[in-house]
Design a protein. Sequence first.
Lengths: 271, 315
Amino acid sequence: MKASPAYRVFRVVALVVVVLSLVTPLLWMIAASFKTNVDIYDTGKALVFSPTLDNYATVLKQSHYVQFIGNSLWVAFAATVLSLLLGVPAAYSMSRFNMKKSALVVLMARVIPGVSLLVPWYYVFSNLQLVGGFTVLILSHMFVSLPLIVYIMMGFFDGLPEELEEAALVDGLTHIGAFRRITLPLSVPGIATAGILSFIFSWNNFMFALVLSGADTKTLPVAIFDFVGYASIDWGGLMAAATVVTLPIMVIALFVQKYVVSGLTAGATKG
Amino acid sequence: MATVTTPRRAPGGAGVMPDTPGWARWANDHRKWLFAAPAMAFVAALIVIPLGWTAWLSLTDAEGSVRAESEFVGFQNYLDVLSDTDRFWPAVGRTAGFTLVALLFEVVLGMAIALLLWRPFKGQKWVRVAILMPLVATPVAVGMMWRLIFDPNIGLANQVLGWVGIGPQPWLAGQHSALPTTIFIDVWQWTPMVVLILLAGLSSLSEEPQEAARIDGASTWQRFRHVTLPLLMPTVIVAILLRGIDALKTFDILYATKGRGGGSFHEVETLNVYAYGLSFDYNEYGVSSTVLILFFLIIIGSMWALTARRKEAKR
């Protein structure tokens, strides 16, 4: 049955409203990052202004932002790789041996408020003189990545037929050999999904770095606050900084849209 | 016994060749725990033990420095916190209000948008891209972005209101408008999450019940109310569950828009923001741990209630 013409018109209008309300604020932020502070304060120059790169010059040159970009990349990358190394085999075992209780313990990490772990971590890691270093940042971000990866990969392994591994066993492979040579290569899409999601969540994470990072190990979400002063805000610099954090992740998401969506909705429709 | 003429079945079951070295055979036999143990050890070391520690701290008067001596005070902190009508209960109220209102808007809007996107149409790809963008944007940056848009003097929001003849609003700067404004930001960023989950649910529904209802002459609304919605209910509850947990724990956008303590009048101070402030602004570790344990119980309780509902819905 075809939708009625009235509904089709309504749908187009509604979708345009949805898209505009989601995208306009982001475009506004990006536009402001190319304005001088004078233009930002001038409401008459909301749309027509002469673009400037000064804000980006401030962000990238004066504020050690290049270093902070590197920090964010390194922490997100290391946390993701380590979590994949721990999480993928664990998810495999939990899926194949139906380890419901163990899975529940790992998934509890998605529920626990991060602050309740920060005090003990802070205590232990400051006694070990590790607060402010990369080790503790990476470990804390793994708290976000690992449960996410286990959750996504368990769903993936549940959907991977066991018969393939059994066939490999008949052909003389060990269980571990079958996992390494059959299951893992077939799991590349799942691992990509889990890895991408874990990277995004770690890149966006704020609270752990707020407490555990030092002046040299600051990640981008913490570094944004450099542009918020007690008395005044450097709006141009702030919007440029916000764009530097957000734009790369949005561009990545654009290219790997399929994986991001399947990761975010993993397990939502199964029993 | 390296050379066996008749291959026997090794303890590892099928597939283990007789010439497999001993350690590999051992690994094969114990693969269940070998695979799971590293992750479990990590979780135990970084989550279970710290959580237990927090529970212990909640029974002490720990404050000041993490190295300072502390004394066991039993449930004194719990009595103090639960009778604190100044900060704790208002924070509970804000947390509940923030979560319930945000969830209500996110689920209703999310359902509407998901239904709009359900049937394929030209340009669907681009709508989906637009929906993904807020979702992957860094929450702190999103907070800063809205801070500019909602700025009472130079923000886009008041400009737009001006065009339609409404006077300027204080938005985030107002004592009573700050919390609703942060709810708006949360709805903007996370409604897309609900859309994606519900779309996944919708696309897994079979066509037959829809078709049958159509042949019986059910209207669009009747089909939604009596066919689609009941079938989709388990997915709706998953969406509420996933979003609800995160909404209860909202921190980034509140901190980015209002700073420490949820603003000068604590106008957006939720339990998470309150506990963070107690821990890292005031170093009241004992009391903050008490708040956190209570907060944790609230989260678990709401999850448990929802999961029970989901089982009902699936029946």
